[in-house]
Design a protein around this ligand. Structure first.
Ligand code: PLP
Length: 422
């Protein structure tokens, strides 16, 4: 992405080979620029934590220490406290997933669950299937275990199941270790897997005897359209990942995994090696918050805020972005995915965009090969205020327009072929 800086590293040659496959996350790299007050950030998927009532959060943390100090400040069980697991059970039941607290392992965010699953399942060269583009953090977690990642493209209804089927046919039964999917308001594409495709995906997974990992951080952030049943509600063998990051606060680093019993046992072994147990303090704080406050109303308010920001972004895109661009229309979540003609490399626009006071994430970071998606960008609408969103999109459109004008001139001169119009 952009200009590569070569940094001398005197420990070069001593790192494990697998680390060569792990690329830095463009989102994390942009964190410093995105935090500058003069920059309008469309890069990080940062929840609007200013909407979490400070008194309620403070009270929960205070009570955790004052009333449950012996637990909150102590080591806990690796699977997590029964109390938080029973709250998770209730949250999941509202989504049509019936569980017992024993089905759940509490993790340090869904991110840890991804890492633990990779550690538990992947040997070098193992095939796994993901959507393309997919979540950068999943690519990072998986890549350290050196899998062969096959990406299935998406359209407005999520993963193209015909292409999944074609891939599975090539691979044969048990030809992949797992299929990783983000069915709701996908990160980065913003699209949702349709009910019909969910059923078909599960049928194929059964037919080819391949595990399914359903990562669902945004499922409760639907602004419009009907609820679509989670994969786990349709099939008990699906591994489901949830998180408190988007319904409370990512600062707690609290998420969960639902998995069949034998898989849970293996994951717990991996988790004990990673951290012995999760933060008891974070768990007690979350318990207090979810038992004692009007968290539902807070979440509704958050959803409304994100919906307004989504609307502001779609309106601004309509107004300012060039006719050559196409973008998704998410019904929830945090992200819009924009695609440009293949000659535009969004990575080359980033430095200029930052100079103009706006950031985005170039599309290639969301693909394991680092080449696909160069003509795409992810725009996060979750964090900026609506007025800033309009202004940010206007600034970004200027940067893009400059570049496109150059290409249009090349095309007019016949120096490069005109793109096909869909
Ligand atoms: C698809 C997806 N999975 C997992 C995560 C990680 O979430 P957590 O904060 O629970 O680790 C994110 C965070 O943005 C995400 O978008």
């Amino acid at each position: 992405m952009g200009t590569a800086r070569v940094v001398f590293d005197r420990w070069d040659g001593r790192y494990a080979e697998r680390m060569a496959n792990v690329r830095s996350s463009a989102v994390r790299d942009l964190f410093a620029a995105a935090s500058r007050p003069d920059i309008i950030s469309f890069s990080g998927g940062m929840p609007a934590v200013d909407h979490v009532p400070a008194e309620a959060a403070a009270m929960a943390a205070h009570d955790a220490i004052m009333h449950e100090r012996e637990c909150a400040l102590q080591y806990g069980s690796s699977e997590g406290r029964p109390e938080i697991r029973s709250i998770i059970t209730e949250l999941m039941a509202e989504n049509g997933i019936r569980l017992s607290p024993d089905d759940i392992v509490v993790t340090a965010g869904a991110q840890q669950a991804l890492d633990l699953l990779a550690k538990t399942f992947l040997d070098p060269g193992d095939v796994i299937i993901t959507e393309g583009p997919t979540y950068v953090g999943a690519l990072q977690a998986f890549s350290a275990y050196e899998p062969d990642i096959r990406c299935i493209p998406m359209d407005d209804d999520g993963m193209r199941i015909d292409q999944l089927e074609a891939e599975l046919r090539k691979l044969g039964p048990r030809g992949a270790k797992f299929i990783y999917t983000i069915p709701n308001f996908q990160n980065p594409a913003g699209v949702t897997l349709s009910a019909e495709r969910r059923r078909r995906l599960l049928e194929l997974a059964r037919e080819y005897d391949i595990l399914v990992i359903e990562d669902d951080p945004y499922g409760r952030l639907r602004f419009e359209g009907g609820h679509v049943k989670p994969l786990r509600a349709l099939d008990d063998e699906v591994i489901y990942l949830g998180t408190f990051s988007k319904i409370f606060a990512p600062g707690l680093r609290l998420g969960w995994m639902v998995a069949p019993k034998p898989i849970r046992a293996k994951v717990l072994l991996a988790k004990q090696a990673a951290d012995l147990c999760g933060s008891a303090f974070a768990q007690v704080t979350a318990e207090r918050y979810f038992m004692g406050t009007r968290w539902r109303r807070v979440l509704q308010g958050l959803s409304r805020t994100y919906a307004e920001r989504r609307d502001a972004m779609l309106e601004a895109l309509d107004e300012h972005f060039p006719a050559e661009a196409r973008w998704t229309h998410p019904e929830g979540g945090f992200f819009v995915w924009v695609e440009f003609p293949s000659f535009l490399d969004t990575g080359q626009l980033l430095a200029e965009a930052v100079e103009h006071g706006v950031t985005f994430v170039p599309g290639d970071g969301f693909f394991p090969d680092g080449r696909s998606g160069r003509n795409c960008m992810r725009l996060a609408f979750c964090y900026a205020q609506p007025e800033s969103i309009s202004e940010g999109i206007r600034r970004l459109a200027e940067v893009i327009e400059d570049r496109l004008e150059l290409y249009r001139a090349f095309i007019a001169a016949g120096a490069i072929p005109a793109p096909e119009v869909a």
